[in-house]
Design a protein around this ligand. Structure first.
Ligand code: ADP
Length: 311
């Protein structure tokens, strides 16, 4: 195989009680990438459509993640006799809060791994993909690249060594994502956070995180809903997203299990049981956002069990 075309899905990170450690994979929304073997060694980004992003390998998350992978192979002493050319066709807007940079990082390492005959498992690829995230946010983090690669829900239990746990989604679970067309810089969304948290809030948050994980394993939608709360981050960040409270309350009043900020925002997500409720919630969220005069996109998606895949 000399060339491969892949789908790299969008993801929702944090999920209220799992700041920086939880994520889920979306269906239908995602980028496409084409990766080819080339005679010239190294990594070259040859084409980007749908977004104005750097073609320089070191400035693009896809390039940096790909370099991490091939440099590791070289370090192990296995010479690769060719290089790789990458085309990125963006559908997920950068800075939308649904894992735009992560999709590129995950896609690059997934595609190259396939062309090399799969020396690494998808779990192992998370290590390389998260190196690419440094370009986007200044730190190696796996809360979007893990669900993008693995599908389902993922919990990053720890980084040293990386320990990612994949959890199947209950079959009737749907996500609604409203993406206001405004930019919230991840750096600004980080700057409003406090380095210290009150003990009582840590207890509430960890209780909810445990509840959410238990709810996912037992298909207990009511428990999932009770646990989708965020007492740490949302109160400090929500003012960055116009009409956040109104949209969230509308989602809950229309039957969503829970709602919150997707990643660092500005996207707002709601989780729902069943397609009918998801459609009702999406309509109500749209009507509520129309008052703002801000353009937005809305998506309804089942949880994608597969993650990054060949198309
Ligand atoms: P998101 O949550 O949507 O991924 P981030 O703020 O984390 O948003 O990432 C977007 C940042 O990453 C932008 O500054 C963008 O220029 C940079 N970036 C570099 N390469 C890419 C890429 N291939 N895809 C998306 N963003 C990229």
């Amino acid at each position: 195989m000399n060339e491969i075309k892949i789908f790299c899905p969008a993801t929702i990170a944090n999920l209220n009680c799992g700041f920086d450690i939880l994520g889920l994979c979306l269906e239908g929304i995602g980028d496409e990438m084409i990766i080819k073997k080339s005679a010239e060694k190294g990594i070259k980004i040859t084409k980007i459509t749908g977004a104005n992003l750097p073609l320089e390998t070191e400035k693009n998350v896809a390039g940096v993640a790909a370099l991490a992978l091939i440099n590791y192979i070289a370090f192990k002493g296995d010479a690769i006799k060719h290089g790789f050319e990458i085309e990125i066709h963006k559908k997920i807007k950068a800075g939308s809060g649904i894992g735009s940079s992560s999709a590129s990082a995950a896609g690059a390492v997934f595609g190259i791994n396939e062309l090399l005959g799969k020396p690494f498992s998808k779990h192992e690829l998370v290590n390389f993909a998260m190196k690419g995230e440094v370009v986007a946010s200044g730190s190696e983090h796996a809360d979007n690249v893990a669900p993008c690669l693995l599908g389902g829900f993922t919990l990053v239990r720890g980084y040293n060594p990386l320990d990612v746990i994949r959890i199947d989604a209950p079959s009737e679970l749907y996500a609604v994502v409203l993406h206001p067309n405004i930019e919230v810089k991840t750096s600004d969304a980080r700057a409003v956070l406090h380095p210290m948290i009150p003990l009582k809030d840590a207890i509430t948050q960890t209780g909810n995180l445990g509840g959410l994980i238990a709810g996912l394993y037992t298909n207990d939608y009511n428990l999932i809903g009770r646990s989708l709360k965020d007492v740490l981050i949302e109160p400090l960040r929500k003012h960055l997203i116009p009409n956040f409270d109104q949209v969230k309350n509308t989602a809950l009043q229309n039957g969503a299990l829970g709602s919150g900020i997707s990643g660092a925002g500005p996207s707002i997500f709601a989780l729902c049981k069943g397609q009918e409720i998801a459609e009702k919630v999406a309509l109500a969220m749209s009507e509520s956002y129309q008052n703002t005069g801000i353009e937005f996109d809305i998506h309804i998606s089942k949880i994608n069990p597969e993650g990054t895949k060949i198309i």
